[in-house]
Design a protein around this ligand. Structure first.
Ligand SMILES: [Zn+2]
Length: 75
């Protein structure tokens, strides 16, 4: 099939099961992926500061096994 590479804009004839469609070559596909990852990394970096890894507090309070602290006294 005939494709037009979205990266280098070159037309190329490739097999139907060409692994790097819609790009004309592996190099173009990897280059585009690299650009995309670069952008994603640049955007997400300020959203996920590395100094505070995900660590939720323990939801089960070991000092209150009956759940009395929940305010659901049925006495
Ligand atoms: Zn290309």
């Amino acid at each position: 099939m005939q494709i037009r590479c979205p990266l280098c804009h070159r037309e190329a004839a490739v097999p139907d099961d060409f692994a790097f469609r819609p790009f004309c070559s592996r190099r173009c596909k990897l280059a585009d992926l690299g650009n995309w990852l670069d952008e994603a990394y640049t955007i997400s970096t300020p959203l996920f500061p590395p100094d505070r890894p995900y660590s939720p507090d323990d939801p089960d309070d070991p000092d209150d096994p009956d759940g009395r602290g929940g305010g659901v006294g049925v006495h």
